[in-house]
Design a protein around this ligand. Structure first.
Ligand code: DHB
Length: 397
């Protein structure tokens, strides 16, 4: 075997998406060296469309730790959402109910801000690597191996390894089956997502229940909109012309009194739906964060927010683990993170099942969902529960 360049760092991070980059940024602020690697190129990650809603705590984390305040200047504050069903629309007033708001700011921009901040601060981030593997997880000196984008093989020893390598995590599979539990749920639908060059159709996001299925009217800018509609997981995007997409969306939201401003559709994709958790979120000196440990269905936009909440706790616990040269804080991290993860699992599942139509739905099922939506929107207690979860449970609680 050809020789590898050997080096050492404190924390080696697999995955340089928002979770991995935010972690390495927080560690750097605590004076802790790390290396983050990703098999994807930076451009590739920048071009992957994801959700666009940040909880207040996520915004504060970006601004207060000096990543960027672009989220404040370029994002749009949303003080509520519309829940449309049963022929009308009902606002959930986040400010009035829980004194909080969300920020519309795409995940791709969060990634760009973090990648720029790491570059600005001299962080060690290597995109476009190959042949990633981790080893010696139950020793004091776990190892990360990879080949960099120039073809040079590396072996980096660290005090701890972090798997922040997304829903198709390789690190997750390093945990022996008898040392972890996995929880899954599949859903019999997906989202058809579009980007459209059009003005916004409403001031705030519309979560739209209809007999034809769910639709979500989101936004990006004054001239670009993001929308989704429930579809079959096997749906072929090429079968959908702009006219067909607009007709489907208009008919779903039209049932509740909305008309969408149309325009050229510049992006189309089908997004899978899954709930997944692997616990505990560590094994030996390997620790998992973000989608590597848990996936939520997209309704309610919790994925990125959960990943950022994970790494905020993880940075604290890694600091303790390094100071004591002890892996016990990893168990504490896992317990702290999982409390929020399961609340978010419930919220994402609840929003999904309340708003989507099952393929075999009966008229009873649809009317029952309308009853559920009426119970939520018609009660201060119900609406407050939704508002608190949507804007994000305050971090320290
Ligand atoms: C967006 C995505 C979501 O899943 C959601 O609940 C709200 C907004 C978005 O991409 O804008």
């Amino acid at each position: 075997m050809s020789s590898r360049i050997q080096s050492r760092t404190r924390i080696a991070i697999v995955g340089a998406g928002p979770a991995g980059l935010m972690l390495s940024h927080l560690l750097a602020q605590a004076g802790i060296d790390s290396v983050a690697v990703d098999v994807r190129g930076r451009r590739e990650i920048e071009q992957t469309h994801r959700a666009g809603i940040l909880e207040q705590d996520s915004v504060d984390l970006l601004v207060d730790t000096g990543v960027s305040d672009r989220v404040r200047s370029d994002g749009y504050q949303h003080d509520g959402i519309e829940l449309a069903f049963g022929g009308g629309s009902h606002r959930i007033d986040f400010q009035g109910l829980v004194g909080a708001a969300t920020q519309l700011y795409p995940q791709t921009d969060v990634f760009i801000d973090l990648a720029d901040a790491r570059q600005r601060d001299g962080g060690d981030v290597r995109f476009g690597v190959a042949d990633v593997s981790v080893d010696d997880l139950t020793t004091d000196s776990p190892v990360l191996r990879f080949t960099d984008s120039a073809g040079t093989a590396h072996e980096i020893r660290a005090d701890f390894l972090v798997g922040a390598d997304g829903s198709r995590s390789l690190c997750r599979h390093e945990v022996p089956a008898d040392r972890r539990s996995q929880y899954f749920r599949e859903y019999p639908f997906a989202w058809f997502g579009i980007l459209a060059e059009a003005p916004p159709s409403a001031p705030e996001l519309i979560y739209n229940h209809s007999p034809r299925g769910f639709a979500l009217i989101s936004q990006r800018t004054e001239t670009l909109q993001r929308m989704y509609f429930q579809c079959d997981p096997a749906e072929n995007v090429d079968a959908w012309t702009d006219d067909r997409i607009w007709a489907e969306l208009q008919s779903r939201v039209g049932a509740n009194g909305y008309t969408l401003a149309e325009g050229p559709i510049t992006g189309k994709s089908v997004l899978p739906f899954r709930s997944f958790v692997q616990e505990p979120m560590y094994y030996g000196r390997l620790v998992l964060a973000g989608d590597a440990a848990h996936t939520v269905p997209p309704t309610g936009a919790k994925g990125l927010n959960l990943a950022l909440a994970d790494v905020r706790v993880l940075a604290e616990e890694l600091e303790r683990a390094l100071a004591a040269n002890d892996s016990a804080p990893l168990a504490t991290y896992s317990e702290r993170a999982l409390r929020r993860v399961w609340k978010a699992q419930h919220f994402s599942y609840w929003m999904t099942t309340m708003l989507h139509t099952l393929p075999e739905a009966t008229p009873f099922d649809l009317r029952r969902q309308e009853g559920e939506l009426a119970a939520v929107t018609g009660s201060t207690a119900g609406a407050t529960f939704l508002a608190e979860a949507y804007t994000g449970w305050p971090q320290r609680k």
